[in-house]
Design a protein around this ligand. Structure first.
Ligand SMILES: CCCCCCCCCCCCCCCCCCCC(=O)SCCNC(=O)CCNC(=O)[C@H](O)C(C)(C)COP(=O)(O)OP(=O)(O)OC[C@H]1O[C@@H](n2cnc3c(N)ncnc32)[C@H](O)[C@@H]1OP(=O)(O)O
Ligand SMILES: Nc1ncnc2c1ncn2[C@@H]1O[C@H](COP(=O)(O)OP(=O)(O)OP(=O)(O)O)[C@@H](O)[C@H]1O
Ligand SMILES: O=C(O)CCC(=O)C(=O)O
Ligand SMILES: [Fe+2]
Ligand SMILES: [Mg+2]
Length: 333
């Protein structure tokens, strides 16, 4: 920000405080209807977003940017994904998930059975996604300048095996995160091909980022539910839904309290997307014991115990270990 712009901002802030004190003054005897200009709460003015884009995110909790990641980059991510599935590269910390319908069947799995890669922060080729300058330019509008890549995923949503297990129940990503404040966390989710209702695009409930974190549990779906796919049981089913249909390379940025899920994949192909959750490194960890997030901490502990032989690890320590700085300074997280 230039000096004069900074001074102007200070004057505006000062005037806001002054009018607030006039309104609050018991001696004035008058009722003012004047409202000081509302600060935009969910985004920073870095000069990147247009006023319309900022207002859209404030109101809806997400922002779709068309054509942000090049075909060439997406092709490289796809090839690296295939190499990982063929086990030509192995990496520490990587979680490979298969759809529960496939995992529980007699079917001998090959690379097509991988439904999700998680925690690819140690793979330089895939991790390039998290540091793409055009993505970070947007991320910074929500996190500020110190940016940590906290969680990485490549989702390979399989054609539904007939049990609707390819669905992702409605949830808030904050359920998985023991850090705050939530307003300085954002997800970037890039379509690696055309995504639409037929192959299970994201479904969002616009505006729900203004609410609070809800209790999450396994949905009681007859055909089974994937491990850790917790959902919100009683969200308002009459709330308007939006199906976020996207072209290859389009990227949606969304708030961690936004209620979202994704539908069944009714097509033959595997629907691919790559994503990263970012947080300001100035965020702080919280202890989730005694909160609605205790159930996810217990499950993560169970996996950490089974897979890595670590006992009683706190949820926050698993995140401190996985997070990587991508811009600025690592101040707190
Ligand atoms: C210090 C470092 C500690 C690191 C700790 C790591 C903790 C993981 C944290 C994950 C945090 C998630 C944060 C997400 C935040 C953003 C929001 C995103 C929302 C989500 O997407 S959450 C859903 C993603 N969930 C996961 O990825 C869960 C993690 N996955 C796994 O642990 C394994 O992939 C899984 C599912 C346990 C499979 O392990 P694996 O050992 O490879 O599988 P096996 O073939 O040996 O089967 C074991 C057993 O599990 C059954 N199984 C397999 N796949 C599934 C499945 N998809 N769903 C349910 N059950 C599954 C399988 O049938 C076997 O069962 P048995 O009864 O036969 O024993
Ligand atoms: N009972 C439910 N509990 C939790 N989440 C649900 C539930 N029903 C749907 N959803 C979520 O909302 C998404 C979109 O729902 P939508 O109604 O469009 O499709 P669907 O329920 O998968 O299939 P159908 O077309 O048969 O209704 C689902 O894929 C899932 O993520
Ligand atoms: O289906 C998807 O790609 C989105 C999944 C999702 O919301 C998540 O993993 O948190
Ligand atoms: Fe999610
Ligand atoms: Mg339905």
């Amino acid at each position: 920000m230039s000096r004069s712009a900074e001074r102007l901002r200070m004057v505006i802030n000062h005037l806001d405080r002054a009018t607030a004190s006039i309104r609050a003054s018991p001696t004035s005897g008058q009722t003012f209807t004047y409202r000081p200009p509302q600060k935009l709460r969910y985004s920073f003015d870095t000069g990147m977003l247009t006023p319309e884009q900022r207002l859209f995110y404030e109101e809806n909790g997400f922002l779709l940017i068309k054509n942000l990641v090049s075909e060439a980059d997406i092709e490289r991510f796809r090839q690296e994904f295939e190499r990982i599935c063929r086990q030509e590269v192995t990496l520490p910390g990587l979680l490979v998930m298969r759809d529960v319908a496939i995992a529980k069947s007699e079917f001998v799995p090959d690379e097509r059975a991988v439904s999700k890669l998680q925690d690819f922060q140690e793979n330089p080729e895939l991790f390039r996604y998290c540091a793409l300058p055009q993505i970070l330019k947007y991320v910074e509008c929500f996190t500020g300048p110190n940016i940590m890549a906290m969680h990485t995923m490549l989702i390979n949503k399989p054609p539904d095996a007939g049990k609707k297990t390819s669905r992702h129940p409605m949830h808030q990503d904050l359920h998985y995160f023991p850090f705050r404040p939530s307003d300085h966390i954002v997800c970037a989710w890039t379509a690696m091909e055309k995504v639409n209702r037929q192959n299970g695009c994201l479904v969002v409930l616009p505006g729900t980022h203004k609410g609070t974190l809800q209790e999450h549990n396994y949905p009681d779906w007859e055909g089974g539910v994937n491990k850790m796919y917790h959902g919100i049981r009683d969200y308002d089913p009459n709330q308007p839904r939006m199906y976020v249909e996207m072209e290859k390379g389009d990227t949606v940025f969304f708030h961690p309290l936004l209620i979202h899920g994704s539908g069944m994949n009714q097509m033959q192909g595997f629907r691919k997307a790559i994503s990263c959750h970012y947080a300001s490194s100035d965020c702080y960890y919280i202890d989730v014991r005694g909160t609605t997030q205790e159930n996810i901490e217990n499950e993560v502990q169970e996996i950490a115990g089974k897979k890595y032989g670590i006992n009683e690890v706190a949820l926050k320590d698993t995140w401190a270990f996985r997070g990587r700085l991508v811009q600025g300074e690592r101040t707190s997280l």
